[in-house]
Design a protein around this ligand. Structure first.
Ligand code: NAD
Length: 261
């Protein structure tokens, strides 16, 4: 229980990677604030399940992270419930796939707001408390697309490269204070966000689900296998341990070899 007594906020943790990370942090003893969209009853089942399974406090706040005042409300909720935010995992994200000349401006704004600006706003609100306590972990879930590009993902690639840049600035501004800030850059993870892209590929090319999954992995991820939310959760927990105290400002790949090419 290395994180007992710590309080964590994980954005976008009602599903996918965020849920895997929230479960892993709770498994290490941290109290957690969940956030994200979804069916209220299902979210309550997830929240209560985490609290019972791991013997920690778990709360939920439904902030829409495309809105700066709601990001503040999420930070305020965490401070009111736990008196502190020790670990902030900026994970919430969306995708939109279209060539630049057909990319709807409204989708560009939404991707930048959720995938990039919310990382700034959340960090802005939790840093003063972390500095006061002399300890903090900010973990930004960027992407292989924070390091390299793919066609048709202009907003996502721009936002994720932005997250990697912001991570470096926060790391420099907090160096030596007991706070670290890193970006994790996953390759393909089989979550609802990626399932949508597999479904679109299957529909476009007349492939079965299995064929589309294999084609998606084959195009980018040499390992031929998905990264899992559990592996990312374990990586996030590691970044919160004393062994990781000197890792800061890094863009850390977990991508089955995607960006080694
Ligand atoms: P997901 O769709 O399973 O989960 C996204 C989460 O974000 C959900 O909880 C959703 O409710 C929440 N969310 C979406 N919009 C929100 C908003 N406006 N306000 C608050 N919450 C919101 O997706 P995922 O694949 O788990 O992605 C999580 C993060 O990991 C994203 O930042 C994504 O870019 C990144 N990522 C995913 C992959 C992948 O292959 N799945 C790879 C690299 C990076």
């Amino acid at each position: 229980m290395t994180l007992k007594g710590k309080a964590a906020v994980v954005t976008g943790s009602t599903s996918g990677i965020g849920l895997g990370i929230a479960r892993a942090l709770a498994g290490a003893g941290a109290d957690v604030v969940l956030n994200g969209f979804g069916d209220a009853a299902e979210i309550e089942t997830i929240r209560a399940g985490i609290a019972t399974e791991f013997g920690v406090r778990a709360t939920y706040h439904g902030a829409d992270l495309s809105k700066p005042d709601e990001v503040k409300a999420l930070a305020d909720h965490a401070a009111a419930e736990f008196g502190r935010v020790d670990i902030l995992v900026n994970n919430a994200g969306i995708q939109h796939v279209a060539p630049v000349d057909e990319f709807p401006a409204e989708r560009w704004d939404a991707v930048i707001a959720i995938n990039l600006s919310s990382v700034f706003h959340g960090t802005h609100h939790v840093l003063p408390g972390m500095k006061q306590r002399g300890w903090g972990r900010i973990i930004n879930i960027a992407s292989a697309h924070g390091l390299v590009a793919s066609a048709n993902k202009s907003a996502y690639v721009a936002a994720k490269h932005g997250v990697v840049g912001l991570t470096k600035v926060v790391a420099l501004e907090t160096a030596g204070t007991g706070i670290t800030c890193n970006a994790i850059c996953p390759g393909w993870v089989l979550t609802p966000l990626v399932q949508k892209q597999i479904d679109a590929l299957a529909a476009n090319k007349g492939l079965s689900g299995d064929e589309a999954r294999a084609e998606l992995l084959g195009a980018k991820q040499p390992s031929g296998d998905f990264v899992t939310p559990e592996q990312l959760g374990a990586f996030a927990v590691f970044l919160c341990t004393p062994a990781a105290a000197q890792i800061t400002g890094s863009a850390l790949s977990m991508d089955g070899g995607w960006t080694a090419q």
